[in-house]
Design a protein around this ligand. Sequence first.
Ligand code: ADP
Length: 315
Amino acid sequence: MPITIVRDDITRMDVDAVVNAANTTLLGGGGVDGAIHRAAGPMLLKECMTLGGCKMGQAKATKGYDMPCKYIIHTVGPVWNGGGFGEEQLLSSCYKNSLELAEQLGCKSVAFPLISAGAYGYPIADAADVALRSINEYLCGSDMRVTLVVFGLRTQLMDEAEIEEIRRYISESTAPPTGGLRRRRILPSAQPEPQPTEQAQDGKSFSQAVIKRMTELEIADSELCRRANISGSLFAKIREGGGYQLKKSEALGIAAALSDDTDSLAELLSLAGYSFSSSERADLIVKYLFDKHRTDIADIERTLFSLDAGLLGEA
Ligand code: ADP
């Protein structure tokens, strides 16, 4: 998948490049910077000493040394000063410049920590939002895989109050009615699972409907990939319409990218042989967000991750 979010320690990631949230000296520090220097070994500091530091928002690369990655890309995030000092733009530049450098180095997979979200004080939910949007915009149909690594069991990418609100919505939507007072909410296609037709099974009718909607909405291939969080190569298979059997997460990502309400989303999804179901957490979360006109993929992925409901797009 172009963007994945995982809860892990970035020093263990098996990727071509790991990004380090460094400081302007590039001579090591605490947090993720300290962890990366410890894992890479003393040769990393030696190479860093030759680089002459790095400006905020910029990025410089070194070898990976004892880490599993080939390269470490050091970028310097902004210190949070309340949000009125260009922090968002600087943070976004960190992601874009790091990805550009990774691409120049021929990397196919990159892992990022939540830059600036530790000692530099950027509010975590906002930092995650900037991270996912910046990565999503940069990738836009590319086949590079990017992992956003969230550290620690307690780190949440959304406000706790909002997570609670969505949890309540899920339990109200799935709980059986009690004493006739609470009525179960039914999703548009909460009816019996549709039986995939011959056409839907080989993906033809879904792919035709996707192309038709893209034409109506004047959406280019790369924009569809960005909105659905899928790679250009997966989209090429869908366009061909051959026997490729989409996973539900992929079909849901694509349907969400081409719909602005849950009825049209459910209709498109059914052509891929899946139902939009009131008993699945991911479907309910997408419905919750769509009802609030929140259809942006970065927002959807962050919410799904925060509620342990998997991700959309390509698995
Ligand atoms: P900054 O100075 O840019 O805020 P920090 O290292 O203090 O950088 O924190 C950035 C983020 O990295 C925080 O969300 C922190 O929890 C996280 N972090 C710390 N150690 C690791 C690690 N080993 N792997 C992944 N993320 C980490």
